[in-house]
Design a protein around this ligand. Structure first.
Ligand code: AMP
Length: 214
């Protein structure tokens, strides 16, 4: 049976990076609600402006809108078989919506927690920078660019600091995770669908642990 692989982790746990690697190396489609909302917020419509305000504040977009974009996106051809959800579900209501979607799509849900202690996440998030030209990711504490604030491959491009990666917004996002998303771990554990990887080590170590579970 095809699966819906749900990657759960606090903001900054590295689930997005790992999901992209799984997609690149195993050809499993990666659906990131955060990426979809970021694309959407560039549009100049009332809805896009509302999403932008919610995201910049570090809060969650409504369950209904989020589910609608997940439903639309996963009805495409590349989600016919197994796919990965990165950043969805994030609330109990979304988890219920996903149960219904999985049953319509005749898929099994497996949740994997990318586990990183809360106190390690702050530097990962506030230090994160991204090249707008090529998407290369840096961290000013752990993986700084050769020259301050510009990409190693695109010296003409200033690195981007996400609006929601500033410390006050990071605090909100971590609190939202604790309150809304963490209870999902118990939910998936009770139905014996939760697996865990230690998200603290090297990228490749985490990847190979994850690949075994997928
Ligand atoms: P991420 O890149 O996964 O950290 O997501 C960035 C932002 O997009 C979040 O802080 C939320 O504002 C929004 N977002 C992403 N996924 C969801 C979701 N499942 N439910 C509600 N809001 C979401």
């Amino acid at each position: 049976m095809s699966k819906i692989i749900v990657l759960i982790g606090a903001p900054g746990a590295g689930k997005g990076t790992q999901a992209r690697l799984l997609e690149e190396r195993l050809g499993i489609s990666q659906i990131s609600t955060g990426d979809m909302f970021r694309e959407m917020k560039n549009a100049d419509t009332p809805l896009a402006r509302e999403v932008q305000a919610i995201m910049s504040a570090g809060k969650l977009v409504s369950d209904d809108l989020t589910f609608q974009i997940v439903q639309d996106r996963t009805s495409r051809e590349d989600c016919k078989e197994t796919f990965i959800l990165d950043g969805f579900p994030r609330t109990a209501v979304q988890a219920e919506m996903l149960e219904r979607l999985a049953s319509v799509q005749k898929k099994e849900i497996t949740a994997i927690l990318v586990d990183v202690p809360l106190d390690h996440l702050m530097k990962r998030l506030t230090g994160r920078r991204k090249c707008k030209s090529c998407g290369e990711l840096y961290n000013i504490y752990f993986k700084p660019p050769k020259n301050d604030n510009v990409c190693d491959f695109h010296p003409e491009t200033k690195l981007e600091h996400r609006a929601d990666d500033y410390e006050d917004k990071v605090n909100v996002r971590l609190a939202v995770y604790e309150e809304e998303t963490k209870p999902l771990l118990t939910y998936y554990e009770q139905s014996k669908r939760l697996k865990k990887v230690n998200g603290e080590g090297e990228l490749e170590e985490i990847y190979s642990e994850l690949e075994k579970l997928v």
